[in-house]
Design a protein around this ligand. Structure first.
Ligand code: UDP
Length: 325
């Protein structure tokens, strides 16, 4: 049995990782300050002897008594709406939080995996984006707090590898969606599904010609696990290359929900990337990984989840054990 510590373990991706590793018989230590994460995401793990939850802000020094074999650093606001609401927390968790998580991995002799992002490419000048592209980021724009913290996190992660011989992995995660996203998350897919199910206007920013490539959570989890147990130390793009415009996405969600919603065009936020598509050659070659879930099937599963959450997501009372760090 391996011991896997997941920061941001009560968030969207972190909670899926907790469940995946518990279902595979591993020990999971979930650390979260619940700024954008939610205990209801891991409520089904309560009472499991192999699951432990620590409420802690990993931007501050934290320790755990248990042995740890793997540290997965997923803590961070990840929606543009969230990281603009919490700019300093976002900068801190991507920089100080990464430092603390790396320090923990070093002291425990654990392998470290950083949840990085396609945002390191900024508003890209090459398309699709491969890992050797250095990006086009505005450091002082509204997205800089997230992008620069993640870029710093990557630099620090590789410095620990080169200076301390730490075994590290860097996943550059492209737009991912699925159950456990919040209705008020602010990102395109949860926003559009929430609006469509309520027959409210679908808020498309700009003229909707900007593109994204959306990957379903199950594919991402498979890619993360393959990367974690690989021997590769440099960044790997994990995403679905199926590119579409935001307007096409809005129309598809209206179709799949059978909604009466109309599209409402709003101002395009500053520095919103015009295109985004992962080049996944490296993931295919090194990990033997590629996504399997197409956008229609992934959206249908996500819509089912959001339907269950209507009208308002209820806070579930949980008697989950709160460990002390
Ligand atoms: N977007 C939109 N309406 C919304 C939310 C997002 O048109 O209500 C757009 C946003 O401007 C961006 C794309 O959808 O071009 C994806 O945004 P998201 O916040 O999901 O993630 P990003 O890829 O920008 O980090």
């Amino acid at each position: 049995m391996r011991s896997i510590l997941i920061t941001g373990g009560a968030g969207f991706i972190g909670s899926h990782l907790c469940k995946r590793f518990i279902s595979k018989g591993e020990q999971v230590i979930c650390v979260d300050n619940l700024l954008t994460g939610n205990m209801s995401n891991v409520a089904t793990l309560e009472g499991n002897a192999r699951f432990r939850f620590y409420q802690a802000d990993v931007s501050k020094h934290f320790e755990v008594k248990e042995p740890v074999n793997y540290v997965l650093h997923f803590a961070s606001p990840a929606s543009p709406a969230d990281y603009q609401k919490y700019p300093i927390q976002t900068l801190k968790v991507g920089s100080l939080g990464t430092h603390n998580a790396l320090g923990l991995a070093k002291v425990k002799g654990a392998t470290f995996l950083l949840a990085s992002t396609s945002e390191v490419y900024g508003d890209p000048l090459i398309h699709p984006q491969h890992e050797d592209y250095w990006g086009n980021v505005n450091p002082i724009g509204p997205r800089g707090v997230y992008d620069e913290a993640k870029r710093f996190g990557e630099a620090l992660t590789l410095a620990y590898h080169r200076s301390h011989g730490l075994d590290v992995k860097i996943a550059r995660i492209f737009n991912t969606y699925g159950p456990n996203m919040r209705q008020n998350d602010g990102r395109a897919i949860p926003n559009f599904i929430d609006q469509a199910l309520k027959n409210k206007p679908i808020t498309v920013f700009g003229n909707g010609s900007q593109t994204r490539s959306f990957g379903y959570i199950d594919d991402l989890l498979e890619g993360i696990e393959k990367l974690l147990f690989s021997s590769y130390n440099e960044p790997v793009n994990i995403g679905n290359p199926d590119e579409m415009t935001v307007l096409e996405l809005a129309k598809l969600i209206i179709e799949l929900t059978g909604s009466k919603s109309k599209i409402e065009f709003k101002e395009l936020p500053r520095d919103d990337p015009k295109v985004r598509q992962p080049d996944i050659k490296r993931a295919k070659e090194i990990l033997g990984w590629e996504p399997k879930v197409n956008i229609r099937n992934g959206l249908l599963k996500t819509i089912e989840y959001f339907k269950k959450m209507l009208p308002e997501r209820k806070e579930r009372k949980s008697n989950i054990h709160y460990g002390r760090s």
